[in-house]
Design a protein around this ligand. Structure first.
Ligand SMILES: [Zn+2]
Ligand SMILES: [Zn+2]
Length: 240
């Protein structure tokens, strides 16, 4: 029988990891998910925090996201180990260049490559006078990828339709998905922007969002959190 040892001082174990040599290590995983609505148009930034590893991952970078992420990291004594961008729209990537300049590895989908490289092309859709800076992407991600971050698996699903490169980040261990602008509580993402298409969006929601377990909490890029079961039951645009 495997030996069991506690790997840290926390006693509540969410899962048992069997290490080589048959030693079972009880790892206390208490991932904290914080989010904050940020300027200039109310876009959510997310911090996935794993205190036992002293690491956090940030998802999306509206204005002031870098300062907010640093505050969160300091509060939990964590290092920011990744910035994942759900898509390339200007309001989600404004502060991305600051993370990159600080050496935080960045992740994005190649179908939004142009918007990461030259966000000023979206200037006509943004607030006039904003400085839109390139966000260098270190890791191109695609649907089906399993990122190993914070000691857990994060599944990337490709959910185009709002824009070509929207991805969602599904963290099965937390029953949570950060979805960008594909779906909102009681609504769906705009499909009238360049690269948008309602039939593509509908297919993404049906095949990539509604196929997540019902109890999955959905964290959209704007507005409050919702859940798969709630949207399947009541989303007026895409029926479950
Ligand atoms: Zn968007
Ligand atoms: Zn948005």
């Amino acid at each position: 029988m495997a030996q069991v040892r506690h790997c840290d001082n926390l006693v509540t174990a969410q899962y048992l990891r069997i290490e080589t040599g048959g030693v079972a290590c009880i790892v206390s995983r208490i991932m904290i998910i914080e989010f904050q609505e940020l300027p200039p148009i109310g876009t959510n930034a997310f911090a996935l925090i794993e205190p036992s590893l002293q690491q956090c991952v940030i998802v999306d970078a509206p204005a002031d996201a870098y300062a907010w992420a640093q505050q969160v990291a300091d509060k939990h004594g964590c290092k920011i180990v990744a910035l994942i961008l759900t898509h390339g729209h200007w309001d989600h990537i404004l502060d991305g260049h600051q993370f990159a300049a600080a050496g935080v590895p960045t992740y994005g989908h190649a179908d939004d490559r142009e918007m990461f490289a030259a966000p000023s092309k979206m200037a006509s859709y943004a607030i006039p006078g904003l400085e839109l800076k390139e966000v260098p992407i270190d890791h191109w991600i695609q649907g089906g990828d399993q990122l190993e971050l914070l000691g857990t698996q994060m599944e990337i699903r490709h959910v185009p339709g709002h824009c070509p490169g929207n991805v969602l980040v599904y963290i099965a261990s937390e029953k949570a998905a950060i979805v960008g602008d594909v779906i909102f509580a009681g609504s769906v993402g705009r499909y009238d922007l360049p690269g948008g298409d309602f039939s593509v969006l509908e297919k993404s929601i049906k095949t990539q969002v509604y196929t997540l377990p019902d109890e999955t909490t959905l964290y959209p890029g704007h507005g409050p959190a919702t859940s798969v079961i709630q949207e399947k039951a009541s989303n007026p645009y895409v029926k479950g």
